[in-house]
Design a protein around this ligand. Structure first.
Ligand code: NDP
Length: 296
């Protein structure tokens, strides 16, 4: 069997198109432009790349993009003051503080200082609690993107066995909550899980969010299962030339694609959906702030 490739890049482009349409309507009908502010502290190269592409795509869909770049030594007090001013700014509907923060800053404190209604990353403790209790919340972008791809591929997720590998607060745990919300039978596997291959082999849906290159191989996968690979790992690629690298997921694409029914590639799978969902969350936050109907 060769798996259907779930094209996250194309799906994300479609989602961004829907966001752009909604933004145009908000401007035309209500004179409102959704605004997204991204706060970056320090010079982490990966974070700089993410922030740049977030800003570019925000503008492309017609929204207002604001960037606050603070130096690595910024004090907690100064960072909290920036968040406070964004919380109070009526033109800003979404606030994202790029993680990880430099070690001297308390991430939980900073994230929980964001107005939960503007917390488009969905990491604020209030949004975590709302998601956990099945209430309307801001949903973390990466798991939301995974869920959208799964819903698009499956007529219904109800009753399916889902295994999420990884239990981080930003991916694994919210992913499990979302799958539970769609009535999957959910197992969360992690570094202490015994006989993890056997656990994964029982899954109709596998979401791998581990950060270990190509850890999940085809012999872990139940024939026909859907595999969503969240991992982004850079490995050496001597075949491309000396010192060259390439990106791989947490799943060994070749062997998993032999067995799975559907699979997301890396790159071009979950990654593009994450930014598309960030833009969608910003529009949702803007609609809620203005008492308008939310996008579907
Ligand atoms: P974390 O490091 O926070 O969490 C990794 C999880 O994997 C932990 O729960 C850990 O278990 C588990 N784990 C580690 N080793 C093993 C193992 N050998 N077997 C089973 N489980 C294991 O990572 P994140 O959740 O932040 O990210 C995961 C991956 O997803 C990374 O590659 C990251 O780059 C990528 N990512 C991609 C995004 C995208 O947009 N596509 C967005 C966010 C992340 P334990 O808790 O027991 O230590």
């Amino acid at each position: 069997m060769t798996a259907t490739v779930i094209d996250g890049k194309a799906f994300a482009a479609k989602v961004r198109g829907q966001v752009a349409d909604h933004v145009a309507r908000l401007k035309e009908d209500h004179g409102i432009t959704p605004g997204l502010a991204v706060v970056l502290v320090g010079e982490d190269p990966a974070s700089q790349v993410y922030v740049r592409s977030k800003g570019k795509m925000t503008v492309e869909v017609g929204m207002k993009s604001v960037e606050h770049r603070l130096d690595a030594e910024t004090s907690e007090e100064d960072l909290l003051a920036v968040v406070k001013s964004l919380n109070a700014d009526p033109e800003i509907h979404g606030i994202l503080v790029q993680l990880p923060l430099p070690g001297h800053l308390n991430e939980d404190l900073v994230i929980n200082s964001i107005d939960p209604a503007k917390d488009v990353d969905g990491f604020h403790i209030s949004n975590v609690g709302l998601l956990g209790t099945g209430q309307k919340s801001m949903v973390p972008c990466t798991p939301l993107g995974c869920l959208m791809m799964l819903r698009d591929h499956h007529e219904s997720l109800s009753g399916l066995n889902a295994v999420v590998i990884g239990r981080s607060n930003i991916v694994g745990k919210p992913m499990a909550q979302l799958l539970l919300g769609d009535s999957c039978t959910v197992t969360i596997a992690h570094s202490r899980t015994k006989d993890i291959q056997d656990v994964v082999r029982g899954a109709d849906v596998v979401v791998a969010a581990v950060g270990r290159p190509e850890m999940v191989t085809g012999d872990w996968i139940k024939p026909g299962a859907t595999v969503i690979d969240v991992g982004i790992n850079r490995i050496n690629a001597p075949e491309k030339g000396e010192g060259k690298t390439r990106l791989v997921g947490d799943c060994d694409y070749e062997s998993c694609a032999e067995v799975a029914g559907a699979i997301t590639p890396v790159p071009g799978g979950v990654g593009p959906m994450t930014i598309a969902c960030l833009l969608a969350n910003t529009v949702t936050a803007c609609c809620r702030a203005n008492g308008l109907a939310e996008p579907e």
